[in-house]
Design a protein around this ligand. Structure first.
Ligand code: 5AD
Ligand code: FES
Length: 359
């Protein structure tokens, strides 16, 4: 019985490796398989090496505001959480983060924040223009939530190149369980397609093990991303935050997150896939294990130390006491220790040649 399960697991991994796709029922079998994923990780690692070699790209993450007008039930900086000490970085503080990051070799800056109405389009464009002028060789990534198409266009014209907006879940009923009625999956998808259409490199993604998530929900996420064709895919375990309505819900597991990373690499061979801070939070070796399962990006924190412990999307978040220099050194050691190479360039998506995809 056990042997049969292993044979079937190997068969599914082989098929996914060769065809970069499976039927819904095959995906369900693989996602629910009782077997270990050694062969899945080996196949994912082989494929990432064919396209990206040993390269792991770094992005400097600047968490510039923890004010948020949204109230997502899973998130620690949701509007109704009164325990949060709210902050905003000034333009000068943001520019200081970029300067420190540039010195450390970072050529991508990710400006991430809650949906904070203080940052009007004009203010965001002003920040983008300053960074663009000071660092013409760097990529500027925004991660500031849902906006009208016109706003996305203005940011793009001001010099932003990339945008991260996790879709969170592609299933309507599941989306409703994670978000208040004021938000909609339809608008989130609209945002992602607008961003692509404008010319951004786009990142989508979801949490693994979020409350009420089913295997069918994962399959919907994978199918949605096949239609979007994102350049980047960010996933990490859901981690309980004790001041949210989901305080009693269990966190997602390391094993399922790694399994999803492996599946994503085989389905989206040339995607940029980070080993996230959340993955490093649920397991001390989480990010190293993530690289070995197919991840090829890390996003060290560049935010000033004084605000790091205020951007707590979930409990026990790592890197809140360290400074930019320490995170750089720490990550470099982890990347090399896992058998990869940390690369200091913009790290654009490398579209896979057809012969590689044919296997
Ligand atoms: N656990 C893990 N990830 C979370 N995020 C928000 N709250 C949590 C949590 N409790 C993720 C969301 C969001 C990204 C910035 O962080 O997927 O898009
Ligand atoms: Fe920040 Fe390891 S990455 S301390």
């Amino acid at each position: 019985m056990k042997d049969e399960a292993y044979l079937r697991h190997a068969e599914l991994v082989n098929k996914l490796d060769e065809q970069h796709d499976l039927s819904d029922s095959e995906l369900k079998e693989l996602i629910e398989s009782p077997c270990e994923d050694t062969d899945l990780f080996a196949a994912a690692d082989r494929l990432r090496r064919k396209i990206y070699g040993e390269d792991v790209y770094i992005r400097g993450l600047i968490e510039f505001t923890n004010h948020c007008k949204n109230d997502c039930y899973y998130c620690g900086i949701r509007r109704d959480n009164e325990a949060v000490d709210r902050y905003r970085l000034t333009d000068d503080q943001i520019m200081d983060c970029c300067a420190a990051g540039y010195d450390l070799g970072y050529r991508t800056f990710v400006l991430q924040g809650g949906e904070d109405p203080y940052y009007t389009d004009d203010r965001i464009c002003e920040i983008i223009s300053k960074i663009r002028k000071a660092y013409p060789d760097c990529a500027i990534t925004l991660s500031i939530g849902e906006k009208p198409r016109e706003s996305y266009q203005k940011y793009f014209d001001a010099g932003a190149d990339r945008y991260l907006l996790r879709h969170e879940t592609a299933d309507e009923a599941h989306y409703r369980k994670l978000h208040p009625a004021s938000m909609s999956l339809e608008n989130r998808k609209r945002c992602l397609f607008d961003l692509k259409d404008i010319g951004y490199q786009v990142g989508a993604g979801f949490m693994v093990g979020s409350p009420y998530q089913t295997t069918e929900n994962y399959i919907a996420d994978l199918r949605f991303m096949q239609t979007l064709d994102p350049d980047m895919i960010g996933i990490g375990p859901y981690i309980t935050q004790s001041d949210t309505p989901f305080r009693d819900m269990p966190s997602g597991s390391l094993e399922m997150t790694l399994r999803m990373l492996g599946i994503l690499r085989l389905m989206f061979p040339d995607a940029l896939i980070p080993a996230t801070t959340a993955l490093g939070t649920i397991d001390p070796q989480g990010r190293e294990k993530g690289f070995k399962a197919g991840a090829n990006v890390v996003m060290p924190n560049l935010s000033p130390t004084a605000v790091r412990d205020k951007y707590l999307l979930y409990d026990e978040k790592i890197c809140t006491g360290e400074d930019a220099y320490q995170c750089r050194g720490c990550l470099e050691g982890r990347v090399y220790g896992a058998g990869y190479r940390m690369v200091c360039d913009r790290g654009d998506r490398r579209h896979a040649p057809r012969e590689i995809l044919k296997g």
